[in-house]
Design a protein around this ligand. Structure first.
Ligand code: IVH
Length: 680
């Protein structure tokens, strides 16, 4: 009995490990894997005779079973915004100059670097000695992969040079060369093991190995291209930094170049594009960075990308295949998204079997039909798209796809308001597809983020009738025994789930708002609302007033910088629906909501949490820079003056706002005082 059960569990573990490590495409959540492993360990402990050398408990080594410990990045690991056309790059130059208040012919140097298609890593050195290595993770928190990074030859253990800063966190790309990738796959295949789809997956799968000796056996390389935290002097420009990194022992890309005009930059890009296939590694574009660090500092970031850098992507890769069927997917907000189900085809190294057809309008316009031969493309991580129908290959009997009047999932009427391109199911929480998608959104990484609880669990528990609205997640603990009985679960994993849910009972206000999944309220908007209204009571009272068409509430919200009419009208729509309001109430009864700290770079900044208004024209910096600088110091920047305003910065030719500031006796600064303040 124990023997057969053990064999089954071990086979499942091997399959899950393969999916995780070889394909970087997990089939189990960390929690599920943990549970599986604990059960195997328990059986082996009870029946030591059954322990064999090839049991997965023996081969994985002593690493913690759940994977890696977490590392909070001292400075967030940002991502890059994208440019696709040459014109976007010309506009980038112009934007940089506008932001910095430079004339449009002032010199601005950009460094140009091939964009390596691998995965980024952060490596910390203390007094020149490698001490910590981490993955990017979600940009704020990554995984501790110190042991694995330390076995990569290109990653120095000890830096060389008299001037190495005491603390130096170097960031760069771990990648696999295409030749090495092919040889490794051939070897894996010869051993009857699963091969990787492309060098990027191979690099990711090889780096995230619990056993560093496996990583060591894989041909990984590293290019350094950025900094995290550091002390001391690293140079005053990116180009100088790259030079220093080389001297200290890193490999930087020898193709990197310093350019000073859009023409230079674009000729570099097209040159690289032409020789792309001859490079030893895959790249998916070119990265441009404003060279001077003082400029970078002034430009700051927007959302999670720096304003001073951009990735110029290569055009998407394309393939031709057959479209078997068009189906409809019902999303969180009821949007009906038509999906093309394709005969699987490889595009740029990845097998594609589905592509989005966007929305009713787009599908209607393009008249894409089942049975069509289509050209599809994928660009980077973007969902594959159908770009063209080969009409000469269209079967004679094909018919146009008609959007249904009833939701394919719940049967509620569908509607498409005037002027909108999307048709939606009107069922709201009655529609199981919408309810499930909302629950998935609620537990997703930027919302509640429950460890070991994923989309598959939501679907299953919803199917059992255990979950309907987010509040139900917090009473799942009552079903711990039932959960423990389910396939793939056990007492330990069920208890872990209960604990993970309990750990999320205190939730920051921004995550809570974002988690509700209101249209137009993404993460950034949720943060703005959380910072302005501070407590759940305040915010939800405001939403209720909005839902009751209170004019003052409407005006109050619209006065917030970053909140526009579409946010306000969607918030009103959401809270005017009694089902939604009841779901929020039920949720608030389960959780404790935490105020959100202003994201200040300097906790002691006198502007932290303050509301600042700029009025009149500034001459020493653009309005965009002024706003960004104030926000970087933790301030909220508002568009109008009220008694809640803490500071008004008054430029030239200021009008009614300056007057109002005087009437209300608010603190004010002129531009010189503002600039002096920034420089203190
Ligand atoms: S700089 C704030 N430089 O592209 C700057 N990134 O979309 C952050 N990448 O996560 C990155 N080559 O994995 C930079 N020369 C390069 C790069 C590069 C590849 C990747 C990196 C990053 C992603 C950004």
């Amino acid at each position: 009995m124990a023997e057969t059960r053990l064999a089954g569990l071990r086979a499942k573990m091997v399959e899950a490990e393969d999916a995780y490590y070889q394909n970087d495409d997990p089939i189990l959540t960390d929690g599920e894997y943990d549970a599986l492993r604990s059960e195997v360990v328990a059986i082996e402990a009870a029946f030591p005779d059954l322990v064999t050398d090839d049991s997965p408990t023996q081969t994985v080594g002593a690493a913690p079973s759940g994977g890696f410990t977490k590392v909070t990045h001292a400075r967030p690991m940002l991502s890059l915004s994208n440019a696709f056309e040459d014109d976007d790059v010309v506009e980038f130059f112009a934007r940089v100059r506008r932001f910095l208040n430079l004339s449009q012919d002032a010199p601005v140097d950009l460094t140009c670097e091939p964009k390596i298609d691998g995965l980024s890593a952060a490596i910390t050195y203390e007094k020149g000695q490698f001490t910590l290595g981490a993955t990017r993770g979600d940009g704020a928190v990554g995984e501790n992969i110190t042991a694995n990074l330390s076995v990569i030859g290109d990653v120095p253990q000890q830096l060389t040079g008299e001037d190495v800063p005491d603390i130096l966190e170097v960031r760069g790309e771990v990648y696999m060369a295409t030749d090495d990738f092919a040889a490794m796959n051939a070897a894996l295949e010869a051993e009857g093991k699963k091969v990787f789809a492309n060098p990027r997956n191979a690099a990711a799968g090889s780096l995230r190995q619990l056993d560093p000796s496996v990583t060591a056996s894989r041909p990984l390389r590293f290019f350094a291209y950025a900094l995290g935290q550091f002390s001391g002097n690293v140079g005053d420009s990116h180009w100088a930094l790259l030079d220093n990194l080389k001297r200290w022992g890193f490999i930087t890309n020898p193709l990197n170049r310093l350019c000073s005009s859009p023409e230079d930059v674009l000729s570099f890009y097209h040159d690289i594009e032409t020789h792309r296939a001859d490079l030893a590694y895959d790249i998916d574009g070119v990265v441009y960075k404003v060279n001077r660090f003082d400029y970078q500092g002034r430009m700051g970031q927007v959302s999670r990308s720096p304003r001073w850098a951009i990735a110029h992507k290569f055009p998407a890769q394309r393939a031709v295949t057959l479209l078997d069927e068009i189906t409809l997917q019902v999303g969180r907000t009821g949007a009906l998204t038509p999906v093309a189900n394709l005969k699987p085809v490889t595009v740029g190294g990845v097998v594609v079997s589905r592509a989005t057809l966007h929305n009713e309008d787009e599908l209607d316009r393009k008249d894409i039909r089942a049975g069509d031969t289509v050209v599809i493309q994928r660009a980077g991580d973007v969902i594959p798209q159908v770009v063209e129908v080969l009409l000469e290959r269209r079967p004679a009997d094909s018919t146009k796809f008609e959007f249904p009047d009833a939701c394919p999932v719940c049967g509620s009427p569908t509607s498409r308001p005037e002027g909108e391109v999307v048709r939606r199911c009107t069922g709201d929480l009655v529609c199981s597809a919408q309810a499930v998608e909302r629950l998935k959104h609620f537990i997703s990484r930027n919302a509640l983020d429950v460890d070991g609880f994923g989309a598959k669990n939501v679907e299953q528990f919803y199917g059992f009738g255990w979950l309907q609205t987010p509040a139900d997640i917090f009473i799942l603990g009552d079903r711990e025994d039932e959960i423990a009985q389910l396939e793939g679960w056990g007492p330990a994993s069920a208890a872990n789930l209960s604990a993970a849910i309990e750990a999320r009972r205190t939730v920051p206000l921004d995550r809570l708002i974002f988690g509700l999944g209101i249209r137009q309220i993404g993460l950034d908007t949720a943060r703005v609302l959380a910072r302005v209204y501070e407590t759940a009571d305040n915010l939800f009272a405001q939403f209720d007033r909005l839902a009751a068409y209170d004019e003052a509430a409407n005006a109050d919200m619209l006065a917030i910088d970053g909140i526009g009419p579409s946010v306000v009208s969607e918030a009103r729509r959401f809270f005017a629906n009694p089902d939604n309001r009841a779901a929020v109430d039920a949720l608030l009864a389960q959780v404790t909501v935490e105020a959100v700290q202003a994201p200040t770079l300097d906790a002691n900044s006198v502007l932290a949490g303050k509301t600042v208004v700029f009025t009149g024209s500034l001459t020493q910096m653009s309005r965009a820079e002024a706003k960004a600088r104030a926000e970087a110091l933790g301030a909220k920047v508002a568009g109008s003056v009220s008694k809640k305003t803490d500071l008004v910065v008054i430029g030239l030719d200021a009008g009614s706002k300056a007057k109002k500031a005087a009437e209300l006796d608010l603190d004010t600064m002129d531009e010189d005082q503002w600039v002096a303040f920034l420089n203190t």
